[in-house]
Design a protein around this ligand. Sequence first.
Ligand SMILES: [Zn+2]
Length: 99
Amino acid sequence: MVYLKALIQKLEEKEVTPKELRDTFKINNRRVRVLLEIVRRILKKKNKELVIVPAVCKNCGYVFSKKEISTPWKCPRCKSERIIPPRFYIKENKKRKRR
Ligand SMILES: [Zn+2]
C-alpha cells in the first residue's frame, strides 16, 4: 500500500480519470476499483468524500452509472464509442451529514 497516500494526494489535487490512475500507478482497472474503495473508506473517517463523476456519451449525452469505475467501451443507447471517461476527486465536507 505504498501508493495509497500518493493516490489520495493526487485525488485531492485534481480530477483524475481511470487511465491516469492506471498510467501513474501502473495498475489495472480491477486494482483501480479496489483502491478507490479503500480510499472511500479512509476518507469517511476524515470527513472527506470521494466524488465520482460518471462517464458520459459524447454523442447522445447518456450518463453511465457511478459504479462504472472504468471507461465504458460503448454507449448502450446510441452505440457510439465516443465516451468521456469517469473522473474522480476528493471533496472535503464542511459539515458531517447524517444519512
Ligand atoms: Zn450515446
